[in-house]
Design a protein around this ligand. Structure first.
Ligand SMILES: *Cc1c(COP(=O)(O)O)cnc(C)c1O
Length: 446
């Protein structure tokens, strides 16, 4: 049962089939180029696309827009301390701002950074510092049908192999991304958080948790890990983060706001260095690229994210879409993760070779069929990598209802029925940064 109701609405329309064809061609067959007014159900991302609560809207009015030392900052700092246990906090304009501030202080040319799986902006920031981002997923993480509770875990065994190869002195940072966005939103167990923290300590590396989806992760721990069933999400969330030396956060995810983020660190010295870098790239360290009112909304949203029944509702809605797709015979990555359902386009459009981007072809077909927007996370987004051809259908928080999800599942099923007729795509123009190709490249049908 939903734990909220609508108090404000936004009209949406499904453009005609002819118009959808035109829109696709004009967008260069890249969903990022489609104007949002032409999208009916937008599952491109759950980042900053959610609905704020009435309490968050009310908090906006309290925004203190002082350049330095604003009241709003103090309320954010308190919320971050209560929810995460970190007291040294710097707001940033969004998650990647936090990444730039933190990794700019920690990573140098020639360094290696280990992560259960780097999110795309994380990978790009490490690379931008001259570092080498290396993923250490556990066995089976890339198997779309293996049923395991914590496929997002970090493999310390793999990480040790890398360290044996390059030497511990070249690995200054170990990151754990919870939930593991790049591995189908799969959770990380509390035991794995402890194990990864111990590994980082063993090689004398700074242990960072990418906490963008920390509440969803805590919810999975509560549901799936022995000994946690009677603990609250808030309590588990704090325990997870207690092992980290620093956290990066996108407010657009689990602080339930449309823009914002923060970085928080334990060490006083690192805090000073991070503040200097924040001044350069984000703003004075008590506003860091955010307005006072947006900081207020983030402070409230961060507390809401760990309150029952918000997170239960959230994860169950994602599972609901997964069930609807499976009932209609659409292959998905199992089990369903925290924020999105990942359709296995390699399986659904198995006649298309990876050079013809089956995932991107499916993204286009979902739009053509139902005005639905998803995103490809396969050989188009990750050129050169040998990976699953997935299409992510990310669900904005507190925004869509069951009818919308049924529409999405029906559209996917209709594409599945005419799968053999679906043609592949080729890239016709792309930007110079390969890590960011999928945001702006243009394609054409083969
Ligand atoms: C979204 C996200 C980021 C980046 O945050 P932005 O607010 O989009 O800049 C970093 N890491 C993970 C795991 C994310 O999900």
């Amino acid at each position: 049962m939903r734990s909220y109701k609508a108090k404000m609405v936004e009209p949406i329309t499904l453009p005609s089939r002819e118009r959808r064809e035109e829109v696709l061609a004009e967008a260069g067959y890249n969903a990022f180029n489609i104007p949002a007014e032409n999208v009916y159900v937008d599952l491109l991302t759950d980042s900053g696309t959610g609905t704020m609560s009435d309490a968050q809207w009310a908090a906006l009015f309290r925004g203190d827009e002082s350049y330095a030392g604003s009241e709003s900052f103090h309320r954010l700092r308190e919320a971050v301390e209560d929810v995460t246990g970190f007291s040294r906090v710097i707001p940033t304009h969004q998650g990647r701002g936090a990444e730039n501030v933190l990794y700019g202080c920690l990573v140098e040319e020639g360094d290696v950074v280990l992560n259960n799986a780097h999110f795309d902006t994380t990978r790009a920031h490490i690379a931008n510092q001259g570092g080498d981002p290396v993923d250490c997923p556990v066995e089976g993480a890339r198997d779309p049908v293996r049923d395991a509770p914590f496929k997002g875990n970090f493999s310390a065994d793999r990480a040790r192999d890398v360290v044996d190869d390059v030497g511990a002195e070249r690995v200054p940072v170990v990151v754990l991304t919870i939930t593991n966005n790049s591995t189908a939103g799969q959770p990380v167990s509390a035991a794995n958080v402890r194990e990864t923290a111990a590994f980082a300590e063993e090689i004398d590396a700074t242990f960072v948790i990418d906490a963008c989806r920390f509440a969803e992760n805590a919810h999975f721990v509560r549901r799936r890990e022995e000994g946690y069933e009677d603990r609250t999400v808030a309590d588990i969330a704090r325990e997870q983060l207690s092992h980290a030396d620093a956290i990066v956060m996108s407010g657009k995810k689990e602080a339930l706001v449309n823009i914002g983020g923060f970085v928080a660190v334990r060490d006083a010295d690192l805090f000073e260095r991070a503040k200097q870098r924040a001044i350069l790239y984000e703003g004075f360290p008590t506003y860091g690229g955010m307005s006072g009112r947006d900081i207020e909304a983030m402070a409230v949203g961060l507390r809401e994210a760990v309150e029952p029944p918000y997170v239960e509702d959230r994860v169950e809605q994602v599972e609901e879409l997964g069930r609807m797709l499976e009932e209609r015979g659409v292959p998905i990555y199992r089990p369903v993760g925290g924020h999105a359902v990942y359709v296995d386009a390699g399986e659904l459009l198995s006649h298309l070779p990876s050079e013809q981007f089956p995932g991107q072809a499916l993204v286009c077909e979902l739009y053509r069929e139902g005005g639905v927007r998803g995103v490809e996370l396969g050989s188009f987004a990750f050129p050169g990598a040998d990976r699953l051809e997935l299409v992510r259908l990310a669900i904005p928080r507190r925004t869509y209802g069951r009818e919308h999800l049924e529409h999405v599942a029906d559209a996917a099923a209709a594409v599945g029925e005419r799968a053999p007729e679906v043609t592949g795509l080729e890239v016709v123009s792309e930007p110079p940064t390969p890590e960011l190709r999928h945001f702006s490249a243009e394609l054409a049908p083969v």
